[in-house]
Design a protein around this ligand. Structure first.
Ligand code: ZN
Length: 313
């Protein structure tokens, strides 16, 4: 499931590529995926791309915002084609630039749209460029989702400025990478779930926004805490370690471009290979990279939970 680092990676990628573009058309293939009136967003210019927890926001002109939640299997694929004029013979070459973020799938490198495409956004450049690079031809943003739990919503931007009034953003806990998130805030929020295992509790989006299964596992490993430890059994010192573990695992995730094995045909060559760096997630039966003990997998709160009994007490 795309978590904070994956959505942040999408935010960082899209903001470089779609700000200033006009949404020419929105094609809703799966009505279940799209909430609101798509026509309200058509004709508007992309002003800003942002993230809150696991939600991606795209502010448009006309007081319109698009919200995206990728849920279990959502994925965004942006394909931009630019026409390059050759100086000598004026023939045009098409240069395709592809950006992929979110849930990794085998078909994400293939042709778009595909069988899992639910919404297609057609975007158009507004600038007239004088350089050899002619105005960008039409770009397409594909919202793909195998399991159809993800959604796109059209809302009024002003509704969002009052966070508490927004159904989607109002209940979210603190942003873990912002200043207001301290270990004391984490402690206060965790105490709502005194009897929960710590790993399950930090995945509650009202405790802290954006942590899902991958980074909850990694955070517990970093803190050297058994994921089954009850919240009420944590000392302040352990809480502080868990707090640091959450921040470290999310930052590492962002640094590695999230867990999407993304194929970025992008000048920076960004690749999402976080899973190569994960210390416990998806590593059951492999030796711990720190102590060599075999990583165990158990179910906790219905989710696959990975830990090292050697490192995590
Ligand atoms: Zn270990």
């Amino acid at each position: 499931m795309p978590e904070l680092p994956e959505v942040e990676t999408i935010k960082l990628g899209l903001e470089k590529k779609i700000i200033g573009l006009k949404i020419q058309k929105i094609q809703v293939i799966s009505p279940k995926t799209f909430i609101g009136n798509s026509q309200e967003a058509e004709g508007q210019i992309v002003l800003k791309v942002w993230r809150r927890g696991k939600i991606l926001g795209v502010d448009l002109s006309g007081n319109i915002t698009l919200l995206f939640h990728l849920k279990m299997s959502g994925q965004l694929v942006l394909i931009q084609k630019s026409k390059i004029k050759n100086q000598n013979d004026k023939s045009k070459f098409k240069n395709e630039d592809k950006f992929i973020g979110g849930h990794p799938t085998e078909d994400m490198l293939g042709k778009m749209p595909n069988a899992h495409t639910r919404v297609i956004f057609t975007l158009q450049s507004q600038e007239k460029q004088k350089s050899r690079l002619l105005p960008l031809a039409t770009s397409h943003l594909y919202f793909n989702d195998q399991r159809k739990f993800g959604w796109v919503k059209v809302v009024r931007s002003t509704i969002l400025s009052e966070r508490s009034e927004s159904k989607d953003l109002g209940k979210l806990g603190p942003e873990p990478l912002e200043k207001g998130f301290t270990w004391q805030v984490l402690k206060q929020n965790l105490l709502k779930h005194k009897n929960w295992p710590i790993k399950v509790a930090i995945m509650d989006q009202t405790v802290v926004a954006g942590v899902g299964n991958i980074y909850a596992n990694e955070a517990c490993f970093d803190a050297k805490l058994d994921p089954r430890t009850k919240v009420s059994d944590l000392s302040d010192q352990q809480l502080h370690l868990l707090y640091r573990g959450i921040i470290k695992s999310l930052k590492d995730g962002i640094a590695h471009g999230g867990s999407t094995r993304a194929h970025f045909v992008d000048p920076q060559g960004h690749k999402g290979y976080f899973l190569d760096y994960a210390l416990v997630y998806w590593r059951d039966k492999h030796p711990c990279k720190v102590c060599g003990t075999e990583i165990k997998k158990i179910a906790l709160g219905g989710r696959g939970t990975y830990f090292c009994s050697g490192c995590q007490k």
